[in-house]
Design a binder for this molecule. Structure first.
Ligand code: WQD
Length: 339
């Protein structure tokens, strides 16, 4: 079956996609420099799948090496996860983001062109919609950026469009993630942020574990039902299955596409807190504090185009997202780092 290269495949979304690809009969190959991930995930993947995870350790910026990997493994398609993704850090260190994210994408695309591989799934983000004019957000909504991280996603989407003009035989799927949360039901792999978590769910799980005293709820004066921010949380396993569905369309129909990967349902911060307390039977103390700069009130997807083009939709509930996130965190208090 077709070999698929996962750049950044040892990361949160990549490792879950690795499992879904195997389950669908593909042969996934991980390419990772472990800058934002941990080698221990490879053993966890073997424990889940029953087979050694094939991993090439190196940097996607090393174009000749990436080309050699593509040729040696006879790669038929690539899923590009590798890159930096912390919004706040991107504001403080824009050059790191432009170099790693834009430079990495150019390097990968050049290696693919040299090796004669023209099938690419790109890990994009709802952040390309900036502060949306209206919700739910459809794929034809205006794109903008409010930070260098989001800017790199937007520019890479445009680079892919230009490459498709230059190389009409390229097949590209741009997947715009909303808010990935949760973990594989085994509890063996999950989200493992380094330092203080930026994102809501890992912060909640660390509060529930007693590692942090309380959650700060950023803003309770938004124009939303309970005043707190609303987002479209999607289970990481649903997201992984969406990647497999997109790859299948590229390989079998040859058409390119850009779709949202979201549930189409928004949940507020306080709704997530309550759902997590119910799922974990753990209290999540919180304080209402002022808004976080750069946050918007209400972001959730119109999921119809993905369902139409990919025959895919998210099925897992917020309760399942919380239960699976808690199982991972409670069984791995220090993530992949051994205590
Ligand atoms: C969700 C909600 C916060 C933390 C970001 C990136 C996006 C994507 C997903 C990469 C908001 C609130 C959060 C906390 C809080 N990342 N919150 N207390 O900002 O929607 O999206 O992560 O692709 O590109 O922009 O996600 O989890 O940070 O915040 O109240 O300690 O939770 O205000 O309403 P966000 P988030």
């Amino acid at each position: 079956m077709t070999s698929i290269l996962l750049t950044g495949g040892a990361g949160y979304i990549g490792s879950h996609t690795y499992i879904s690809l195997l389950e669908a009969g593909y042969t996934p190959v991980i390419l990772d420099n472990f800058a934002n991930s941990h080698p221990a995930v490879l053993e966890r993947l073997q424990a889940i799948t029953g087979r050694p995870a094939v991993c090439e350790r190196g940097d996607v910026l090393d174009t000749p090496w990436v080309e050699e990997v593509l040729r040696r493994h006879r790669i038929g398609g690539v899923v590009h996860f590798a890159g930096d993704k912390a919004v706040g850090e991107s504001v403080a260190k824009p050059l790191k983001y432009y170099r790693n994210n834009l430079g990495g994408a150019v390097s990968l695309m050049q290696a693919m062109e040299n090796a004669g591989c023209g099938t690419l799934v790109f890990s994009s983000s709802a952040t390309v919609y900036g502060d949306p004019q209206s919700v739910p957000i459809a794929e034809d909504a205006a794109r903008s950026h409010t930070n260098p991280y989001g800017h790199t996603k937007l520019v890479i989407e445009d680079m892919l469009a230009a490459q498709r003009v230059a190389q009409p035989d390229w097949k590209v799927a741009v997947l715009r993630y909303f808010n990935p949360v949760g973990a594989h039901p085994s509890g063996l792999i999950g989200e493992d942020p380094s330092g203080i978590p930026n994102n809501l769910m890992p912060f909640i799980t660390q509060v529930a574990l007693g590692q942090r005293p309380h959650l700060q709820v950023f803003g309770s004066d938004y124009p939303t039902p309970d005043g707190t921010g609303v987002r479209d949380y999607i289970h990481v396993c649903d997201l992984a299955e969406g990647h497999v569905a997109a790859l299948k369309v590229l390989l079998e129909s040859g058409r390119s596409l850009s779709v949202n990967l979201g549930t189409g349902q928004g949940h507020s911060v306080l709704e997530v807190v309550r759902a997590f307390e119910a799922a974990s039977s753990r209290p999540v103390p919180f304080q209402l504090v002022p808004r976080r700069p750069g946050d918007v009130a209400n972001v959730y997807a119109d999921p119809r185009l993905a369902q139409e083009l990919l025959g895919w939709r998210a099925t897992r509930t917020l309760a399942q997202m919380c239960a699976d996130a808690w199982r991972w965190q409670s069984r791995n208090p220090t993530g992949y780092r051994t205590a």
